[in-house]
Write a protein that binds this ligand. Structure first.
Ligand code: SAM
Length: 286
């Protein structure tokens, strides 16, 4: 859908606090005060924020269930020159929240889209996790459908990036169990809960450790799950035989089903040694 008009307005994607209202920026307040309209995921929630800072502004709802029709309406207003701030319940719009479609619609209609940056739960959890921050992947919410969840987890089980998931507290235990099956219980994780709030807590453990923890108590509050990435294949290959003798190395391959000839060849390849040397070592007495 494309609208036509001369003077267009701007869409401001406005991040709001994820708990602590002190995280509101002066620019956020300025934009909320000056736009013509606020498109809010939940107008009651946003009203609390506006009241707290003494802002009176026209609002309309823009959420998952009205985003098609309301998106077109908002674009029409933008084409007529109105400036609109889009806010979600908490955090950054378009990150596991409405906004992505509206951004696309604005781009299609050559409407300027800009951002008023602020909190994102996933990024705050990542930086507090103690896990690698150099390469990470945002995975959002897993599907409630068991098959889709497992397909999703299986598709990323060898991903070496640190993985960031959002999860509702009542589904946390199931998610941890599903992750244990696919990633293995040794995988390190950080459970970042109630970020920026009074009861903020970061539990740094493994998937096994988390399962044990929540076998005794129920998860409460909002959680981000940060999961260590898979070990890079070359690291894995280096690691597993480093502490083995040549004989043990060959025997491991035989136990996995290789012929002794192939096992010698594979071990020699791993160690970058002549096959003859590995063969002799394997057949050495004692
Ligand atoms: N757009 C938001 C953002 O920028 O992070 C995310 C919205 S998503 C619908 C809500 C999820 O974010 C929650 O289920 C939880 O996983 C995470 N979340 C939001 N606030 C949080 C907080 N204070 N502490 C931990 N996780 C939080």
């Amino acid at each position: 859908m494309r609208f036509m008009a001369d003077e267009k307005g701007t869409l401001y994607l406005c991040a709001t606090p994820i708990g602590n209202l002190g995280d509101v920026s002066s620019r956020l307040l300025e934009i909320l005060e000056t736009v013509d309209l606020i498109a809010a995921e939940d107008t009651r929630q946003t009203l609390k924020l506006l009241n707290r800072f003494g802002i009176t502004k026209a609002m309309t709802s823009y959420h998952e269930h009205n985003k098609k029709a309301k998106g077109e309406y908002l674009v029409k207003l933008l084409m007529e020159g109105k400036n609109i701030a889009q806010v979600s319940d908490a955090g950054t719009p378009a990150i596991s929240d409405p906004g992505e479609d509206l951004v696309r619609l604005c781009i299609e209609n050559d409407i300027t889209v800009t951002s008023v940056p602020g909190p994102v739960a996933g990024i705050n959890a990542l930086i507090l996790s103690g896990l690698s921050t150099s390469r990470y992947a945002f995975e959002g919410f897993l599907s409630v459908n068991k098959r889709h969840r497992n397909e999703h987890l299986n598709s990323i089980k060898n991903d070496t990036h640190t993985l960031i998931f959002y999860e509702a507290p009542h589904k946390l235990k199931t998610t941890i169990d599903d992750m244990r099956i696919v990633f293995g219980g040794e995988r390190r994780i950080a459970l970042a809960r109630e970020l920026t709030k009074i009861h903020e807590e970061v539990i740094r453990t493994t998937l096994d450790g988390a399962a044990e923890l929540y076998s005794e108590k129920s998860p409460r509050g909002e959680y981000v799950i940060v999961v260590e990435g898979a070990k890079a294949r070359s690291d894995e290959a280096e690691c597993f035989w480093e502490t083995m003798s040549i004989k043990e190395h060959v025997e491991k391959y035989i136990a996995e089903g290789m012929s002794s000839k192939d096992a010698v060849k594979a071990a020699a390849g791993d160690r970058k040694l002549p096959k003859r040397e590995v063969y002799n070592e394997y057949h050495k007495e004692g």
